[in-house]
Design a protein around this ligand. Structure first.
Ligand code: FMN
Length: 353
C-alpha cells in the first residue's frame, strides 16, 4: 500500500512511510516510545541498540523487550539500528552478532512483527556477510557511511539505502571528518540507490536542502531527543541540549572512533585519550565504561560525569517538539520551501550546474 505525503518518493515507497523523515538509532538507549511516535507520525522510527551488558543473553532479551514495546505502541513500520564496527583492537564487538540474530529470529517467530519491523540500519563499520543475511530475511537494509568510498562499497555490496553521515552529527561520527554539506552531494552523485542525510538537520529547511542535494530524506538524532514523546530520556539530558550553544560540542575518542557530544568532564577525559583514572587498560573494559557512561547520562541525568551525545545542531535547538505535529509540518514546510524557490525563478532561467 502506498501512502502519499507532500514529499513521497522512492524512499518512502520502499519503506512504506508517508514522510521521508527518519529518527535514527540513538543507542545505547531505550528509544521504543520515541520510535513509535515518529513512525505513527508518518516518518520512520528506530529502536536503538540497548547497550553492551557482560551477559549478552540479557542484552538480547532487553533488545527484544524494546522492540516489542515499540510494536505495541504503533501499527506502522519501524526500524532497528545495530552498529557493526570494530573496537580499538579491530574486533567486531560481540553484541553485533547477537543483536542481529535476535532481530531476525524475532521476525521469524512473529509474522505480525515481521510486517512492522521491516528495516535494519547498520552503522559504524562495513556490514559484510550481514548484508545477505538481512536481505535474505526480507528486510530493507540501510547502512550509514562516512565517505563517498564507503557509500559506493555499500551500494555495490547490495545494501538498499545509504545514510550519508556528516561529521557534525551526534554520536559516532565518520573518521574522515567530512561535513554534511560536502559529503552529501558527492554521495548522491556516486550511487543510484536512495540516500538519506544524517547530521545537522533539524527542520524543514534542512530537509529541503538535503533534497536539493539529491538526497531522498533525512535521518535525525538530536532534534528528536528534545520532544514530548520521549519520556525515556532524563530531563537533565534534554535540558543540556536546549541550553547548548555553538562550540559546546566536541568530538572525543568513542567506541568506534570519533564520537560527538557535549564538552564536559567525561568527554574531555576521552579527548585527552585518558580513561577513568588511567586505570582501565583492557579495550573491552574501556568500551564498556564508555557505553555505560553514555547510559548514565541518559537514564540518571549525569551530564557532567556521563557522556552526553549530541550533534552540533544542539546549539540551534531551543524548543521541545510534539512529534505527531512536528513530522508532517516539517515535510509540508520543506515542500513549501522547494515550491516557493522554484516559483521565484523565471521559467526561462538556464539550469545551473
Ligand atoms: C544520543 C545519541 C546516540 C546515538 N547512538 C547511535 C547508535 O547507537 N547507532 C548509530 O548508528 N548512530 C547513533 N547516533 C547517531 C544518530 O543515529 C544520527 O545519525 C545522528 O544523531 C545525526 O546527527 P544529528 O544529531 O545532527 O541529527 C547517536 C546520536 C546521538 C545524538
Amino acid at each position: 500500500m502506498t501512502f502519499t505525503g507532500p514529499l513521497s518518493n522512492r524512499y518512502t515507497d520502499l519503506v512504506g512511510i508517508v514522510h521521508p523523515i527518519v529518527q535514527e538509532g540513538l543507542g545505547p538507549f531505550r528509544t521504543s516510545k520515541l520510535a513509535a511516535a515518529v513512525s505513527s507520525a508518518g516518518g520512520l522510527g528506530t529502536v536503538s541498540m540497548p547497550g553492551m551488558p557482560a551477559d549478552l543473553d540479557a542484552g538480547a532479551r532487553t533488545f527484544r523487550e524494546h522492540i516489542d514495546e515499540c510494536a505495541s505502541l504503533t501499527d506502522k513500520p519501524f526500524a532497528v539500528n545495530i552498529p557493526v564496527g570494530v573496537d580499538g583492537n579491530g574486533v567486531v564487538l560481540p553484541f553485533t552478532d547477537v543483536y542481529i540474530r535476535t532481530v531476525l529470529s524475532a521476525r521469524r517467530a512473529d509474522s505480525t512483527l515481521a510486517k512492522q519491523l521491516t528495516v535494519m540500519t547498520t552503522s559504524a563499520g562495513f556490514p559484510g556477510d550481514y548484508i545477505s543475511m538481512i536481505k535474505n530475511a526480507g528486510m530493507v537494509h540501510q547502512h550509514k557511511v562516512g565517505s563517498t568510498h564507503q557509500a559506493v562499497k555499500a551500494a555495490d555490496a547490495g545494501v538498499d539505502v545509504v545514510i550519508a553521515a556528516g561529521f557534525e552529527m551526534g554520536g559516532h561520527a565518520p573518521s574522515k571528518a567530512v561535513h554534511s554539506y560536502v559529503l552529501l552531494p558527492s554521495v548522491t552523485e556516486a550511487v543510484d540507490i536512495p540516500v538519506l542525510l544524517t547530521g545537522g538537520a533539524r527542520d524543514a529547511r534542512g530537509l529541503a536542502s538535503a533534497l536539493s542535494m539529491g538526497a531522498d530524506g533525512v535521518a535525525m538524532g538530536t532534534r528528536f531527543i528534545a520532544s514530548t514523546s520521549n519520556s525515556d530520556w532524563h530531563p537533565a539530558y534534554v535540558k543540556a541540549i536546549l541550553d547548548a550553544t555553538e562550540g559546546d560540542d566536541v568530538a572525543f575518542d568513542g567506541v568506534y572512533g570519533p564520537c560527538r557530544g557535549l564538552r564536559n568532564a567525561a568527554s574531555l577525559m576521552l579527548t585527552n585519550h585518558q580513561d577513568e583514572g588511567g586505570e582501565i587498560r583492557d579495550a573491552v573494559e574501556l568500551t564498556r565504561w564508555k557505553i555505560e557512561s553514555m547510559q548514565r547520562a541518559q537514564t540518571d541525568g549525569d551530564i557532567v560525569g556521563g557522556l552526553v551525545l549530541t550533534g552540533q545542531v544542539a546549539s540551534a535547538i531551543h524548543d521541545i517538539i510534539d512529534i505527531a505535529e512536528f513530522v508532517p509540518r516539517m515535510a509540508a514546510g520543506a515542500a513549501d520551501i522547494l515550491r516557493r524557490l522554484a516559483a521565484s525563478f523565471p521559467a526561462t532561467t538556464p539550469a545551473r550546474a
